[in-house]
Ligand binder design. Structure first.
Ligand SMILES: [Zn+2]
Length: 348
């Protein structure tokens, strides 16, 4: 890629979350309604204590910053085992730290580092999953995992011009979603523990997520939310996404219920012949019984940029990413807060 990005000024709109009703300070906005402290409002009539709802804005500028950083040329296509992906790893670690995520049990920091053999080249590769945690308030031992893969294809060996597989949609967009959701749930609170996993070596065969799956008690994982390629307008139109393996658990139905009235719709994966349920990191956990599904927005049957040098940040729609992140936040709310538990996946 040789294009120069023209600053982050194109879109500064703040899209408010659908659940927002009151100010961040909890003060009532209208006369008579009590504020956070339960005192009466301006007119002194109402005395009923109203629980203030928290406010969180998903900022499309933050979406843009994460996306353009992770898909930048200096990450050199983020191939597992290269200096380029290491830059991405450091960026993700720093973001986890800023948000205030804790480490996953058994790990001394955010890295789960391991060595594996590349199936094609037979070389040994050492790489890391980057894992952070937001401990749940009341259901600490029930985990929801939010994941995306931060690796991609690296660089083309020879040729002229652009040789970098930036992987903006695949899957810098998903990692962007993960980082924004981590900040969101840090602000909003969570009853169940959330594990944020940026997986390595997905492109080499779901290696990072498979490794992660080997070290966990899968029974404790009540749901898996995997984000893949959420940067393009779906064939269903704006404000929609699709979910892989929709019929394999009732996870998708729970999301649909939570999205009712928001104007955003979730559909079952329309690309059955592509077998997408088994082609991303959700599968590594689904094989262990976890209702773990992938959200995507990309019309993958006709997408001209999939696994191409042209998968660049400029081809993505920041509004689609931002709205999809909001929808995932709202759609998974009842699972995160422990009131809904999806049925387990059974793979024969
Ligand atoms: Zn991918």
């Amino acid at each position: 890629m040789r294009k120069i990005i023209g600053a982050f000024l194109a879109m500064s709109l703040m899209l408010s979350c659908a659940i927002v009703t009151k100010g961040k300070d909890g003060k009532a906005g209208t006369a008579g309604e009590p504020g956070l402290n339960g005192k009466k409002g301006a007119d002194g009539i109402s005395g009923k204590l109203v629980k203030p709802e928290k406010t969180f804005f998903i900022d499309s500028n933050l979406v843009r910053k994460h996306l353009y950083t992770l898909a930048a040329d200096d990450m050199e296509g983020r191939k597992s085992g290269t200096p380029g992906i290491e830059k991405a790893a450091v960026y993700i670690e720093n973001e986890y730290k800023k948000i205030g995520l804790t480490t996953f049990k058994g790990l001394k920091d955010y890295r789960q580092t391991f060595t594996f053999k590349n199936r094609r080249t037979k070389e040994d590769i050492t790489s890391s999953n980057i894992i952070g945690v937001l401990e749940g308030k009341s259901k600490k031992n029930e985990y929801v995992i939010i994941s995306a893969h931060y690796d991609h294809l690296g660089m083309k060996k020879s040729g002229e011009g652009d040789l970098i597989y930036n992987g903006a949609n695949d899957d810098a967009s998903g990692v962007t979603g993960l980082l924004v959701l981590a900040k969101y749930f840090k602000e909003m609170g969570n009853e169940r523990t959330i594990v944020f996993a940026s997986f390595t070596a997905e492109e080499m065969g779901l290696i990072g997520s498979t490794h992660f799956g080997k070290g966990i008690d899968a029974d404790k994982f009540v749901a898996g939310i995997n984000l893949e390629m959420i940067g393009k307008t779906p064939s269903f139109g704006p404000n929609t996404a699709w979910l892989t393996g929709f019929d394999r658990s009732d996870f998708g139905k729970i999301i649909q219920k939570n999205l009712e009235g928001t104007g955003y719709q979730l559909f079952p994966d329309p690309y059955k012949k592509f077998n997408l349920f088994f082609r991303s990191d959700n599968a590594s956990l689904a094989r262990l019984g976890v209702p773990s599904h992938t959200f995507s927005t990309t019309p993958i049957d006709v997408d001209p940029d999939y696994h191409k040098l042209t998968d660049e940040a400029e081809t993505l729609n920041m509004t689609v990413i931002t709205q999809t992140i909001q929808a995932v936040a709202k759609g998974t709310e009842s699972i995160i807060n422990g009131t809904d538990t999806p049925t387990r996946v059974i793979i024969k």
